[in-house]
Design a binder for this molecule. Sequence first.
Ligand code: ZN
Length: 241
Amino acid sequence: MVPAMQNPRRRRALSGIVAILVIWGLLVVKGLGPAHAAAPPSSPSPADALKLLLEGNQRFAEGKPVRPNQDTARRVALAGGQQPFAAILSCSDSRIPPEIIFDRGLGGLFIVRNAGNVAGPLAVESLHFATAHLGTRLVLVLGHTKCGAVAATLSGQTEDIPETAKEIEPAVAKSKSMSGDALDNAILENVRLTVQKLSTLTPLAEMVKAGDIQIVGAVYHLDSGRVIMLDSPAAAPTPSK
Ligand SMILES: [Zn+2]
């Protein structure tokens, strides 16, 4: 046993110092924790967030990714909290992992994925969490060409995806009268209606109305690797070469 532990007075004094340090430490942690968690940190504006996404997609599509924020330092820096600059609702399709196609890393994107990128109750809750509690101000609904979930709904083969198909059917119905490729039209319409649904659904609608967040739609093209915004003139899928 060390001499200090044999002396009761010194032991008591040491215990007192340790207790003070622990209490001080707890106060510091408390001050940096809940106080900041109560008010979401401010993220980039929706326009700036979209710019970051599209710049990353351009790097990816051109085969020049820089793969930012994927190192140990970034991982360690994020261990205490996250402030993703964009929330993405995309398809589960293995060919469109958002971090890769937008050339991002850890802590940048809050991602909700399911077959057909549909906005069911669970997806809506997750997107609301990102916008209300993590300060994320941009929500991107991302469809993609040749989507299997939309194709299955279009052809009526929905026995394995009944709940997903229910969400996609309005888009299929609305796009039926359109000219052009039926699947491409249904995919575009599915994104468009999902953006509309999220934008008018409580509690996201209030945030959109207040100008706190923006909800936008886009389609990822498997052939080119490019993400085309819904309101872009190039939104209509280009024929495969
Ligand atoms: Zn898909």
